[in-house]
Write a protein that binds this ligand. Structure first.
Ligand SMILES: [Zn+2]
Length: 160
């Protein structure tokens, strides 16, 4: 956990923070965990909505954005992307990477994915054979979320 600065993360923003001060949209390193053989797992919080501000992602918005992030990070960082989880509070997503924790690189990939959302003609992996609730998607709503997050691109590093 000693090289957070070189990876681009402000040390004061790493770890669990008081949710009353969290800003959004923001990208935050929650933790870096080194294994015995030298690999490192990076857990990153992608916060798209302010906590407890009554501006939650709908289940449909979170679901469709989740699919875009899954497809995009798999495509752009195939050797590093491990997985994504929806925050139960519907304010963002948990991202996990193996041996890739550079803020700029992850943010650039996110930016590319969100631009792709705006260009998309369908939500990825949204067929009945690919998704557990395939009718719960809305491309237009996902595009509105992506547009709003991209509009604040310069502030993604402002975590709190
Ligand atoms: Zn799904």
């Amino acid at each position: 956990m000693s090289d957070h600065c070189s990876l681009g993360w402000a040390p004061a923003t790493v770890g669990e923070l008081d949710h009353r001060v969290l800003k959004a949209p923001s990208v935050k390193l929650r933790g870096a965990y080194a294994g015995a053989s030298g690999d490192t797992v990076y857990c990153i919080d992608l916060r798209l909505r302010h906590p407890n501000a009554n501006e939650y992602l709908s289940s449909t918005e979170a679901h469709s954005i989740e699919h875009f992030l899954l497809e995009g990070f798999q495509r752009l960082l195939p050797r590093h992307f491990v997985g994504i989880g929806v925050m139960g509070c519907q304010t963002g997503f948990y991202l996990t990477f193996l041996n890739e924790g550079r803020r700029a690189l992850i943010e650039d990939a996110l930016e590319s994915i969100l631009h792709g959302v705006l260009e998309a003609t369908a939500v990825p992996f949204a067929r009945i054979d690919q998704c557990g609730r395939w009718q719960n998607h809305d491309l237009g709503r996902a595009q509105a979320v992506a547009r709003g997050v991209l509009a604040r691109r310069a502030a993604w590093a402002e975590v709190a």
